[in-house]
Design a binder for this molecule. Structure first.
Ligand code: FDA
Length: 319
């Protein structure tokens, strides 16, 4: 689907995404940071909670549901984990009082998993309690394959007490069908994604018809079990297939897309009266997020260059 050069660029972007030195350099550079932020603005609502909530309210007024995330991952110190947890707490309070059917999405490694699983559990438990009180859902993202077991363990433990916490499953992982069969016994919504990380060979299935079939199989399992599901993809062929199977009109099924990606497709789904959710991020840690968005669709590199030179009105009026 992509040229060799595009695939090479995608691989390079995935590896620089994980390079802490490059990340630090960009964040501290008074020239590079604002330039790259212009490219990130296509995919990120802004750097502050206020900007995130403002964009969420606009989308909500247009008939979309939203997921909100304060971007970050792999937090290394307890103080920084507590800071991130408190930011999510403030987000839950604001989203809960101003928006309906809102999800707050997070990486467990942002709030403690990279320090210790118990810290991540303590924080997600506190967030889930407040979210439940305010009728907000929480969705746990899925990270690198090395963390999958730990993330699933924390999810299973927290979902013994809270039905408002969901989990993300990556179709590209060889293990996902087995994981999914187990997750059907837990109450939380399952968000099905293809998977975004660069893993060692043999751990994941590359983008292919085979991966699409597996994606559909995972959604089939959820739909047949009457389990709440978020179909989180921009793949029009997959969405068309699920429409053909009459999944999209089921009350427990929604389609969720990243802000700035295929707004035309999500808008069409909303206008056709299907449940459409926009995944909206904010924060200053947008570097990894931007790299992922460019790597998964290398033509975005051209768009990023154009945005840097000529910053777009990133309001994304296309919604
Ligand atoms: P695929 O990559 O095959 O793309 C299909 C088509 O969609 C492309 O041909 C193109 O038309 C369009 N498209 C896809 N990406 C695009 C882009 N960046 N720009 C423009 N067009 C694009 N991953 C993960 O590992 N853990 C997680 O927790 C999450 N969470 C998450 C939540 C939500 C709501 C979404 C939508 C996605 C994630 N992801 C994720 C990312 C996910 O794994 C995957 O990398 C992206 O969704 C892209 O894959 P697609 O399913 O869109 O298919």
């Amino acid at each position: 689907m992509f040229t060799n050069e595009e695939l090479l660029a995608a691989d390079a972007l995935k590896s620089i995404a994980r390079d802490q030195q490059i990340k630090k350099y960009i964040q501290q550079s008074s020239d590079l940071y604002p330039l790259l932020l212009r490219a990130a603005n296509r995919f990120v609502s802004g750097e502050t909670r206020e900007e995130g909530i403002k964009k969420a309210l606009e989308l909500s007024a247009r008939g979309y549901m939203v997921s909100l995330e304060y971007i970050g991952e792999n937090t290394k110190t307890i103080d920084d984990c507590v800071y991130a947890k408190n930011e999510f707490l403030a987000l839950i309070k604001e989203a809960g009082s101003q928006l309906t059917e809102t999800t707050v999405s997070l990486d467990l490694s942002h709030i403690g998993l990279s320090v210790d699983s118990d810290l991540a559990y303590k924080h997600i438990d506190e967030l889930a309690r407040e979210a439940k009180r305010l009728n907000v859902s929480i969705m746990i993202s899925m990270e690198e394959a090395a963390k999958t077991d730990k993330i699933l363990d924390v999810y299973k433990k927290v979902s013994e007490y809270y039905r408002n916490v969901g989990i993300t499953i990556q179709a590209y992982l060889e293990r996902s069908v087995t994981d999914m069969k187990e997750l059907l016994h837990y109450p939380g919504k399952v968000r099905v994604v293809k998977g975004a990380y660069q893993e060692t060979e043999g751990v994941t299935i590359p983008r292919s018809q085979n991966l699409n079939e597996r994606y559909l199989h995972l959604v089939d399992l959820l739909v047949q079990a009457n389990h709440a599901v978020s179909i989180a993809t921009h793949d029009e062929t997959l969405i068309r297939e699920m429409h053909k199977r009459d999944y999209l009109s089921l009350p427990h099924v929604e389609v969720e897309m990243l802000y700035g990606i295929r707004p035309d497709l999500l808008k069409q789904l909303k206008e056709d009266h299907f449940k459409a959710r926009v995944y909206l991020t904010y924060g200053t840690e947008w570097y990894l997020y931007l790299c992922h968005r460019l790597a998964e669709y290398p033509p975005n590199i051209y768009v990023a260059i154009a945005d840097i030179v000529n910053p777009s009105d990133s309001d994304q009026n296309l919604y």
